[in-house]
Design a protein around this ligand. Structure first.
Ligand SMILES: CC(=O)N[C@@H](Cc1ccc2ccccc2c1)C(=O)O
Ligand SMILES: [Mg+2]
Length: 367
């Protein structure tokens, strides 16, 4: 293929409800969307960064800038463009994995649409639908939390994940256990704790959680390894796992025994599959994390979540968990599962009218 143009769009969509984590509260999602135009087909990629560098060092304006000024040029210069040359082409540029992931995914989507191959088939998916968990934010009170959990269970979500932070951890978990019994339950701290909190985190061992996700700083592999030796509950890493190499190091150091794979965080779906393969080789279960993607990124995540090593329900929730109106035909939860799109590439397209209604900026870069 030959890259002819890249259209950069910034879209803003309100969330159905504020979503509070240990690093802040979000009321809407601002998304950088890429559409690549090649001589054979077009493709879509969604950047999972946010407006501020609170989850990771990346943020939307930086992703757009690095794409515009450093990443699109070399990819456009590739004479025979395929998804598996993008990462190699971009390797000289350090970091910016979310920006790189969006570009690689858009190229991969175009390549697969041109050959009529679904992303699931290309990656090695073995299921047509995947069981879905849901991420429940920090709430203002325990009654509000219990109502949110009850609503999500009633919709059919097969696993509940609670956001925690110091001061909102043991009591919410205990309240959910007391009200809902032994439902599949896990927590996510988004790096909010430190070694001094070990005794507090050890109190969570009483609740038979599936895992504790990213309790410490993303760079603190040794701290997570020490914590894993002190706790019975498995440690899962998210922010720390930026590549297959990082996954191998974390597992070898004993820093985690479960991995949350997010293609946007690791530079794309090809690296995400490598992480899946590394974890499978170590007997480490993986699940597909979420970054409140629109239906575009959500579709691609569903294909990845259908690979054999994804043995735990992920955060591949239905569109209506976050958006009243998605920019694609909404992904729906049916009997606790979400369908893997079967069409060529990511298998979905934005709905033009909806997309235009939420677009706040757009710019076409001619290759
Ligand atoms: C589903 C889930 O918990 N995702 C992330 C946290 C996250 C990521 C990106 C976000 C963007 C806007 C608002 C909240 C966000 C939360 C996580 O697993 O750590
Ligand atoms: Mg997480």
């Amino acid at each position: 293929m030959k890259l002819e143009a890249v259209e950069l769009r910034t879209i803003r969509i309100p969330l159905v409800a504020p979503f509070r984590t240990s690093f802040g509260t979000e009321y809407g999602k601002e998304v950088l969307l890429l559409e690549v135009v090649t001589d054979e087909a077009r493709g879509w990629g969604e950047c999972v960064a946010d407006p501020a560098p609170l989850y990771s060092s990346e943020y939307n304006a930086a992703a757009e800038h690095v794409l515009r000024h450093h990443l699109i040029g070399p990819v456009a210069a590739a004479p025979d463009l395929r998804a598996d040359v993008v990462a190699r082409t971009l390797a000289p540029f350090k970091g910016h994995r979310m920006a790189k992931a969006a570009l690689e995914t858009a190229v991969l989507d175009a390549e697969l649409r041109a050959t009529g191959t679904s992303l699931g088939r290309y990656l090695g998916a073995v299921h047509d639908s995947v069981p879905s968990g849901v991420s429940v934010g920090i709430m203002d009170s325990l009654p509000e939390l219990l109502d949110a959990v009850e609503s999500n269970l009633a919709q059919g979500y097969v696993r509940i994940k609670l956001k925690i932070e110091p001061g909102w951890d043991v009591e919410p978990v205990r309240a959910v256990r007391e009200r809902f019994g032994d439902i599949p339950l896990q927590v996510d701290a988004n790096t909010a704790y430190a070694a001094a909190d070990t005794r507090r985190l050890a109190e969570l061992d009483a609740f038979d959680l599936l895992l504790i996700e990213q309790p410490f700083d993303e760079e603190d592999l040794l701290g997570h390894a020490r914590l894993a030796r002190a706790l019975r509950t498995p440690i899962c890493l998210d922010e720390s796992i930026t590549s297959a190499r990082a996954a191998a190091a974390a597992i070898t150091l004993g820093a985690c025994s479960v991995v949350n794979i997010k293609p946007g965080r690791v530079g794309g779906y090809l690296e995400a599959r490598r992480i899946h393969d590394v974890c499978a080789a170590h007997g480490v279960p993986v699940w597909c994390g979420g970054m409140l993607e629109t239906g575009i990124g959500r579709a691609a995540n569903l294909a990845l979540a259908a690979l054999p090593g994804f043995s735990l329900p992920g955060d591949t929730s239905a569109s209506d968990r976050y958006f009243a109106t998605d920019i694609t035909v909404p992904h729906r939860l049916q009997d606790g599962r979400v369908q893997v799109p079967a069409g060529p590439g990511i298998g979905v397209d934005p709905l033009p009218d909806v997309l235009d209604a939420v677009t706040v900026a757009r710019d076409t870069i001619i290759a």
